[in-house]
Design a protein around this ligand. Structure first.
Ligand SMILES: Cc1cc2nc3c(=O)[nH]c(=O)nc-3n(C[C@H](O)[C@H](O)[C@H](O)COP(=O)(O)OP(=O)(O)OC[C@H]3O[C@@H](n4cnc5c(N)ncnc54)[C@H](O)[C@@H]3O)c2cc1C
Length: 446
């Protein structure tokens, strides 16, 4: 019977970060990947926020396969034909290299290579099909008819985690699943730079809501690689199913929007990917470990509400390695011993960030999905009224945007018993606030 100290299932960013950290601690580690090549299952490009990688591999910028540093970020709203955007560039972030675009196929292979260099054994083309359970504890993995025993198994096998399910830690909640459809569209670097007003080598990242996905509470992202654009669209799986919506059709519609069309004009489709991402649901950290097993990365729900999962995934892998080191020292792999994973996670900002993003995602799942078109329409109406108020000079009464925002958008999240008094206070506050402001202005101007 073959036995090792630790088996990590899945050589995505979380699994490789975990295997690298374990190997550096001198822990015997086998990293299993179902793809024939690492990264084979992740073809598209992504935005990499770097502080976690800076901690894992200081100096990674010298040899990691990066595309462009992201110098400019944009939030945009797409109307049927219109567009409104907020664009910002923080020079210190650009100088420090806070974010890059990169291809997952190259990045995942590079990171797994780092784990191998540190001493982990990487086996590709290996599909883990089940766990070995002995005396109610996880004792290894099954690969078809073969078995590999281990003191600890780390499930880093992504959203459809075999490890998490077989250990009884993960249950499906399709209401929390988003489908992402992504296209890579080739364009020469100098065209990208001119089109997006970028210096040579720099990149831009857009997050957009509105047109073509407003009825399904989806979003669109666009960012620049070295010689291509990544255009992605996201929608909630349950909404797509219920209404028979094909997200790829929606992506085609987005591509015809005047603003997007001007961004991608002349581009050639290189590749296409559709993938599910979990968004919302799990905030229960006690479901991250059991006897002889830990979950990290997307298998453990480590991704935020804005589709960012690589840095939290890597950090959870690094923290899982800390926990395993402690368990090995004590020679105890029980759930009780591995429960220090939670305290290890709490040493980072992950617990706080995941709590915040899960709360926000869960709010969307429970309350906002059905109301989203109304919210967006209301928000745009408020923005339009503010603009009109600022430029018309005709009305002595200011536009009560706080009241309209509360009544049209925020009230839905207020507990029912408080709604009447707050509504009354909001209605009373507007004329009172306006009267006080007029008095102040009168005093100042006379
Ligand atoms: C469309 C889209 C866009 C995204 N954009 C971004 C972005 O810009 N930035 C960002 O940070 N995040 C982004 N994300 C989220 C990010 O992709 C995930 O959070 C991240 O991939 C999670 O990493 P992971 O290592 O946990 O899992 P994965 O990357 O899914 O890796 C799991 C690995 O395990 C292997 N595996 C699975 N099952 C088995 C098995 N049974 N046996 C052996 N091996 C197995 C898989 O082949 C894979 O290599 C995006 C997600 C989507 C869907």
């Amino acid at each position: 019977m073959e036995k090792v100290q630790c088996v990590v299932v899945g050589a995505g960013p979380a699994g490789s970060a975990c295997a690298l950290s374990l190997a550096r601690k001198g822990i015997e580690t086998v990293l299993l990947e179902r793809g024939q090549r690492v990264g084979e299952k992740n073809v598209a490009s992504f935005v990499l926020f770097t502080p976690v990688l800076d901690r894992l591999i200081p100096g990674f910028r010298n040899d990691a396969p990066l595309e462009r540093p992201v110098s400019d970020h944009c939030l945009a709203y797409l109307g049927e034909k219109d567009m409104m955007q907020l664009r910002w560039r923080i020079q210190e972030h650009t100088d420090r290299g806070l974010a890059y675009t990169a291809y997952r196929s190259k990045f995942d292979a590079w990171l797994a290579g780092k784990a191998e260099e540190a001493g982990a054994e990487l086996l590709t083309g290996v599909l883990v099909t089940d766990l070995i359970i002995e005396n109610s504890r996880v004792a290894g993995v099954r690969i078809g008819d073969e078995e590999l025993h281990a003191d600890v198994v780390v499930g880093a096998d992504g959203i459809h985690t075999v490890v998490g399910r077989a250990a009884g830690l993960v249950e499906d909640d399709p209401r929390t699943y988003l489908l992402g459809v992504k296209e890579i569209l080739d364009l020469p670097p100098e065209v990208l730079e001119e089109r997006f007003q970028l210096s040579p080598g720099e990149g831009i990242c857009y997050e957009m809501v509105g047109y073509a996905v407003e009825d399904i509470m989806g979003a669109t992202t666009l960012y620049t690689n070295r010689d291509s654009i990544s255009l992605a669209i996201f929608g909630w799986v349950d909404q797509l199913r219920e209404r028979g919506i094909d997200l790829h059709d929606r992506l085609e519609r987005v591509k015809e929007h005047p603003f997007i069309a001007s961004c991608i004009a002349g581009a050639e489709l290189r590749e296409y990917q559709a993938k599910i991402i979990s968004n919302g649901g799990r905030i229960d950290f006690s479901k991250l470990y059991s006897h002889g097993v830990l979950l990290c990365g997307e298998a453990g729900g480590f991704n935020d509400y804005a589709y960012i999962g690589v840095p939290p995934g890597m950090l959870s892998g690094m923290m899982a390695a800390e926990t395993i080191e402690g368990a090995i020292r004590k020679g105890d792999y029980s759930a009780d011993a591995l429960s220090t994973y939670i305290t290890d996670l709490e040493k980072t900002g992950l617990a706080r960030l995941l709590y915040n993003s899960r709360t926000a995602s869960n709010y969307i799942v429970d309350h906002a999905k059905a109301n989203m078109p109304g919210y967006l329409e209301h928000l745009v109406k408020i923005m339009g009224n503010i603009l009109e108020d600022e430029v018309s000079y005709m009305d002595p009464e200011p536009y009560p945007y706080v009241r309209d925002f509360y009544l049209g958008i925020a009230e839905n999240s207020v507990p029912q018993p408080l709604r009447r008094p707050i509504r009354a206070a909001m209605k009373a506050y507007s004329p009172l606030g306006s009267a006080m402001r007029k008095r102040k202005i009168r005093k100042a101007m006379r």
